[in-house]
Design a protein around this ligand. Structure first.
Ligand code: APR
Length: 235
């Protein structure tokens, strides 16, 4: 029984990190295209660095919630049952801090920087700016290691392979409007394995591929999923 879980901003909402598509259409008071596109970065790199410095600093103030913990327990309990892969669109580090290991950050990570001169990426826990030198080549050409609009998400080959082998798929806390992640449910549905699909969202997306919808916040919905899969949350 191979399981693929996809998470989005909703799973971190109860830890105090805002989702992207708030009612005002802004992300922490910025237009998304200003702070999440290569063009926005070219226009004003200092503003974009400052924006992500604030997001990175916020990681000191937040902790994983019950949903992150339950997913880490699910991964442990799944050993011996089949393959497990957790794919997150989130750039926070709450899944790994909760203990998840088979984890892929398809949209990058706040706690990493990418050098636009040499292409190296590496861990980064402090503020960064336009004059931050690359630890590898020394060029002052660092940017957040975040996948912006128009860029190719990370780990796509591995994710597509896992979706092709999935018997169970669960989307948690994602609005399902940003591709390619928005197409993962369809991909799993079409893999020829009679994959069973779950969604957990307090405001379900209405996605037509989901067999089971748990209309609840992730902190309640993920423990409920574990019950339905016969897995104890204390695994
Ligand atoms: N538990 C579960 N889901 C929740 C909760 C909660 N407590 N609170 C809100 N949600 C749901 C909302 O109903 C919504 O469907 O989380 C979803 C958040 O949607 P978005 O803000 O669009 O976040 P996401 O789907 O992760 O965005 C995808 O868009 O801007 C880009 O790269 C960015 O990774 C991001 C991508």
């Amino acid at each position: 029984m191979n399981l693929v879980v996809l998470t989005g901003a909703g799973i971190s909402a109860e830890s105090g990190i805002s989702t992207f598509r708030a009612a005002d259409g802004l992300w922490e008071n910025h237009r998304i295209e200003d702070v999440a596109s290569p063009e926005g970065f070219m226009r004003d790199p200092a503003l974009v660095h400052h924006f992500y410095n604030l997001r990175r600093a916020q990681l000191h103030e937040v902790v994983p919630n019950k949903a992150h913990q339950a997913l880490a327990a699910l991964e442990r309990a799944w050993r011996g049952r089949g393959a497990f892969l957790l794919v997150t669109q989130n750039v926070d580090d709450l899944h790994e801090r909760a203990g998840s290991r088979a984890l892929r950050h398809m949209h990058g990570e706040l706690r990493r920087l990418l050098c636009t001169a040499c292409g190296e990426t590496g861990p980064w826990h402090d503020d960064a700016g336009v004059d931050t030198p690359c630890p590898d080549c020394g060029a002052e050409a660092m940017r957040p290691d975040i996948v912006w609009f128009g860029e190719i998400p990370h780990h796509m080959d591995e994710i597509m392979e896992a979706l092709g082998q999935a018997d169970l798929f669960c989307a948690i806390g994602t609005s399902g409007v940003v591709y390619p992640a928005a197409g993962f449910a369809a991909q799993a549905r079409r893999n020829g394995r009679n994959c069973v699909l779950y969604e957990i969202n307090p405001t379900p997306t209405g996605g037509r591929y989901f067999d089971h919808v748990i209309a609840a916040p992730a902190s309640e919905g993920v423990p409920e999923l574990l019950c339905r899969l016969g897995v104890g949350a204390d695994s």
